[in-house]
Design a protein around this ligand. Structure first.
Ligand code: NAD
Length: 437
């Protein structure tokens, strides 16, 4: 056993600021309130229900993660956020239609207290939305300053010790890196010049990181994933992670694909389609927002299956992803996967998956975990990209010289080994020869 790293204790209150009080955010907030009251259990949350094995299998040491590393308690979380609509989070949760009305009534007063601050929003980046609760400013620098002011006021008003900020806003149109993103000086000039290559999500990311606050991106847009903001994160010691929560169809894909590859089964085609009827589905109905999502969803298989190493099995894989906006289903998405695989002597087989899932029910525990782990990272002095949180994302942020790790099981090892490392425990290699000496 090595020495534990120095981690500041999680004393006082943690503010969790969410950009966008939509389906994911309100399901997270209402869920935490319900769990706090003992009305429900934190199912799906690694920080609340997960354990971590320590030492040898013969030692029988598997504490809960929340007892092993110092995390903020659910009672110490204070939620806040921004939206372009003025609905409080009770009304927004009703609009999202994810949670049962009877459950929402029981926590209604607490939900009603969370009213969205005026947003930084520009319809150019999310074409299908329009709302009244939007800040005005001379340029994007002024808007960033206004967000920093909101953050500081929120901290003061609620007497908070620390903060985390998570983009749970809509998926913005597809953008690629430009010179404005290349370094901090260019970026700050571009803010001043109202450069088009800075969408709203980047302004929030800049405000958080400039304040030294951890930042996560639940959506696939670039946001903090540009050299300028990563440079700033190093300077201010802000931990950052993203992009795009790994829920639904992609979660299942990253569970199944590593298994097929482990057994050297070939994949000729993978066709994924789904129907979704919530506001996210409506935004993704715009081809420019869909392109951002599609890029995020499609990269997964290439990285897991490694066609360059296994050309006979995966070189010609045809991967198609579709999302269809279908209002009657609301947040209850239905996904279909048809996977054309082949085995010994090339004999073809098929696998069909029909997943009737609830998107925001799968997303909420991730938002909670990411908030608590980012706060831990900040207290442990870990600034910049948090690759160990890849576990939660479809397009995990990674250093430029590395490829991202998409295999859910490798991601989980990485996460748990990081926790062991933080606490000075031996990393687990699963070698196991020592049991047979
Ligand atoms: N639900 C999931 O499982 C899941 C999984 C992965 C990623 N995501 C992503 O998470 C995001 C949120 O999903 P959702 O289902 O909650 O969507 P939603 O449409 O219900 O909520 C998004 C909210 O963000 C607000 N918003 C948009 N731009 C804003 C801005 N600039 N400032 C403040 N508010 C803004 C919208 O008004 C809306 O209320 C989407 O980008 C979605 O693609 C969701």
């Amino acid at each position: 056993m090595k020495n534990s790293l120095k981690i500041t204790e999680a004393t006082g209150k943690l503010g969790v600021l969410l950009v966008g009080l939509g389906a994911v955010s309100t399901t997270t907030i209402a869920g935490v309130f319900a769990i706090r009251r003992g009305l429900s259990k934190p199912i799906g949350s690694l920080t609340q229900m997960g354990t971590v094995r320590l030492g040898k299998r013969t030692e029988a040491r598997s504490p809960l993660i929340k007892d092993f590393v110092p995390l903020a308690g659910l009672d110490d979380i204070v939620f806040g956020g921004w939206d372009i609509y003025t609905e409080n989070s009770y009304e927004a949760a009703k609009t999202a239609g994810v949670l049962d009305g009877a459950l929402l009534e029981q926590i209604r007063p607490e939900l009603e207290e969370i009213r969205p601050m005026a947003a930084v929003f520009d319809q150019r980046y999310v074409k299908r939305l329009e709302g009244p609760n939007v800040k005005k400013g001379k340029n994007k620098r002024e808007l960033a300053e206004a967000l920093r002011e909101d953050i500081r006021n929120f901290k003061k008003q609620h007497n908070l010790d620390r903060l985390v900020l998570i983009w749970c806003g809509s998926t913005e149109v597809f953008l690629t890196e430009t010179a404005a993103h290349a370094n901090l000086a260019n970026f700050e000039q571009a803010l001043e010049a109202n450069d088009d290559s800075i969408p709203s999500s980047m302004i929030y990311a800049y405000a958080a990181i400039k304040e030294g606050i951890p930042y996560a991106n639940a959506a696939p847009n670039l946001s903090a994933d540009i050299p300028a903001l990563l440079q700033l994160a190093q300077e201010t010691g802000s931990p950052v992670c993203g992009k795009d929560l790994k829920t639904g169809q992609t979660l299942i894909k990253t569970i199944i694909a590593p298994g097929l590859k482990a057994r050297l089964l070939g994949v000729e085609g993978w066709y994924s389609t789904n129907i979704l009827g919530n506001r996210d589905g409506e935004v993704l109905d715009d081809p420019e927002s869909f392109k951002t999502k599609e890029e995020s969803k499609k990269s997964v298989l290439d990285y897991i299956l490694q066609p360059n190493l296994y050309p006979d099995l995966y070189k010609d894989l045809c991967h198609v992803v579709r999302i269809n906006y279908y209002p009657p289903r609301g947040d209850n998405k239905e996904g279909w996967d048809n996977i054309d695989i082949f085995g010994w002597l090339g004999y073809p087989m098929q696998l069909k998956i029909n997943f009737l899932c609830r998107d925001s029910i799968l997303a909420a525990p991730i938002v909670l975990d990411v908030a608590l782990f980012l706060d831990l990272a900040k207290r442990a002095g870990m600034g910049g990209i948090q690759e160990w949180l890849s576990f939660y994302f479809k397009s995990p942020m990674h250093a430029p010289e590395l490829y991202p790790e998409h295999d859910l099981f490798i991601q989980m090892m990485k996460l748990k080994n990081t926790l062991r490392h933080l606490r000075g425990e031996d990393l687990i290699t699963h070698l196991g020869v020592e049991y047979y000496d």
